[in-house]
Ligand binder design. Structure first.
Ligand code: Z5A
Ligand code: MG
Length: 212
């Protein structure tokens, strides 16, 4: 009904290459929105706490081997298992700031050589973000930041391919932010974009679904 849609929370997603600053900026944005009196929660994908998430985590740590399509479907299943909880929170008025989402799923698997339409298919019907904050950084510059860890995918050549697929996936919900700027400047930009988005959602902008 109109009352609940007027007061729904916003689905805000942060995307970008490894080391682009997603986790740092997500937590700062959550603190800012909390401080402004909003109900807000930090979320992230993969959610490594579930049993599906544990399979993903062990794969990323190179502790297990899985077929590329199998891993892709596990990442997708990890979002599906959280979908109803996500919808309930949004409808109850809580804003979710999500560190990586379906765009990571499609960009990373496509970069491995899987067909992009095949990659998108299992994501169809998940909740579409109201706003995607893309932290844009040259892969070379990201690689200089504190060095990559030992996880699978944390290699320069692979990150370059991921960047190309992210570019293909951009749509009207995306805002591109220069992630090479100082942390505080990026933080400010994200605060403004998120505040605008929250206003639109409070005015009754309906939730929509991927991939339409
Ligand atoms: N993956 C997938 O394949 N399919 C999927 O569906 C999903 C994910 C959801 C794990 O994800 C892997 O799963 C990931 C994609 C794949 N593989 N890769 N690559 P993850 O989210 O766990 O990835 P991560 O390893 O946690 O990403 P990250 O390294 O944490 O990157 P980040 O969160 O964007 O960066 P950060 O931790 O906020 O910042 C990195 C460093 O840079 C840190 O020292 C900061 O202090 C510094 N920093 C941040 N901003 C700045 C600025 N502006 N200037 C200077 N220094 C900065
Ligand atoms: Mg991170």
């Amino acid at each position: 009904d109109s009352v609940s849609s007027e007061s729904r929370g916003a689905l805000i997603v942060l995307e970008g290459l490894d080391r682009s600053g997603k986790s740092l900026q997500s937590s700062r944005l959550v603190s800012y929105l909390e401080g402004s009196g909003h109900s807000v929660e930090p979320w992230r994908f993969p959610d490594r706490t579930t049993s599906v998430g544990q399979m993903i985590s062990s794969y990323l740590a190179n502790k297990s081997e899985l077929d590329d399509r199998t891993v892709h479907l596990l990442f997708s299943a990890n979002r599906w298992e959280k979908r109803s909880q996500m919808e309930a929170k949004l409808k109850a008025g809580t804003t979710l700031v999500v560190d990586r989402y379906s765009y990571s799923g499609v960009a990373f698997s496509s970069a491995k050589g899987l067909n992009i339409e095949w990659c998108k298919a299992p994501e169809i019907g998940l909740l579409a973000p109201d706003l995607v904050l893309y932290l844009d950084i040259p892969p070379e510059k990201a690689a200089e930041r504190g060095g990559y860890g030992g996880e699978r995918y944390e290699q320069l050549e692979f990150q370059k391919k991921v960047a190309e697929y992210y570019e293909v996936l951009r749509d009207s919900s995306w805002k591109i932010i220069d992630a090479s700027l100082p942390i505080e400047e990026i933080e400010k930009q994200l605060q403004e974009l998120a505040s605008e988005c929250l206003k639109e959602c409070q005015k009754g902008k309906p939730l929509s679904l991927l991939w339409s």
